[in-house]
Ligand binder design. Structure first.
Ligand code: PEP
Ligand code: MN
Length: 272
């Protein structure tokens, strides 16, 4: 493919500026954290309070949840986005949430700082084209069975509509290995950096499905040159309505953050 927006200007980094000095892809390692799903006002406020105290600047929380079974918690919808935004405002954080339906983009626009396109929708071309018409940053997760080429073509769908504020997120792919929920393809990080000028972050939570692995994978994400991580946390992971097994409590999250500082120090002398 010769025509490309996101592959051009590789040396000219596409830095995503969220305002208030929160940027993604500027060389600083960014941490996005929060619950898989916004469950209640109390839950999202507890998360925002704890995470902002640790220095986390971007709060996540799903409101439209792409659940495998229709009989499980589907998210609070727009009410969830409102709770997310007000928790973010209260604790001075930017917020990100997944949008699954193009019809929800307009109403969601005022409530999020980044639109998340989930793994299951990476090739929902209608959604990609619609989100490309907005001037708000988009975090595009890798499809669980998508090649890097397919993932980049999906990003191209967004870019061709005008929105080049795209952040890629490696969240693991399906393989024959079932010990982990997905197989995290960390090689995607240097490959994406070679092929595009877009920032790439890693999702150790969905990438492993196991909270005990999140810490180690985060260390690896820093070392391999990712622009950040997105990590699921919950005030009480055992009671989470979704993805509790891969969610950290706030004490565990503190350890991850201190690991990030240590690894950054270790690699600061390397030219990555
Ligand atoms: C999520 O971030 O909660 C999510 C559903 O992720 P993915 O699309 O990677 O499965
Ligand atoms: Mn989740």
């Amino acid at each position: 493919m010769n025509i490309s927006i996101i592959r051009n200007n590789r040396n000219n980094k596409n830095i995503i500026d969220l305002g208030d000095n929160v940027k993604i892809g500027d060389g600083d390692f960014v941490v996005i954290s929060g619950p898989c799903a916004v469950e209640s006002e109390e839950q999202i406020n507890l998360a925002a309070k704890a995470l902002s105290c640790m220095g986390v600047k971007i709060l996540r929380g799903g409101a439209f949840k792409p659940r495998t079974s229709p009989y499980t918690f589907q998210g609070l919808g727009i009410d969830g986005l409102k709770l997310l935004k007000s928790a973010g405002q209260k604790y001075g954080m930017k917020v990100i949430s997944e949008i699954m339906d193009p019809r929800d983009l307009e109403i969601s626009y005022d409530y999020v700082d980044i639109f998340q396109i989930g793994s299951r929708n990476m090739q929902n071309f209608t959604l990609l084209k619609e989100v490309g018409k907005y001037d708000k940053p988009v975090l595009l997760k890798r499809g669980m069975s998508a090649t890097i080429e397919e993932w980049l073509s999906a990003a191209e769908y967004i870019a061709t509509e005008g929105n080049i504020n795209i952040i890629l997120c490696e969240r693991g792919i399906r393989t024959f290995e079932h010990y982990t929920r997905n197989t995290l393809d960390l090689t995607a990080v240097p490959i994406i950096k070679q092929l595009t000028n877009l920032p790439i972050i890693v999702d150790p939570s969905h990438g492993t499905g196991r909270k005990e692995l999140v810490r180690y994978v985060t260390r690896a994400a820093v070392a391999i040159g990712a622009d950040g991580v997105m990590i699921e946390t919950h005030p009480n992971p055992c009671e989470a309505l979704s993805d509790g097994k891969q969610s950290l409590n706030f004490e565990e999250m503190k350890l991850v953050l201190s690991d990030i500082i240590s690894i950054k120090r270790c690699i600061s002398s390397l030219d990555i």
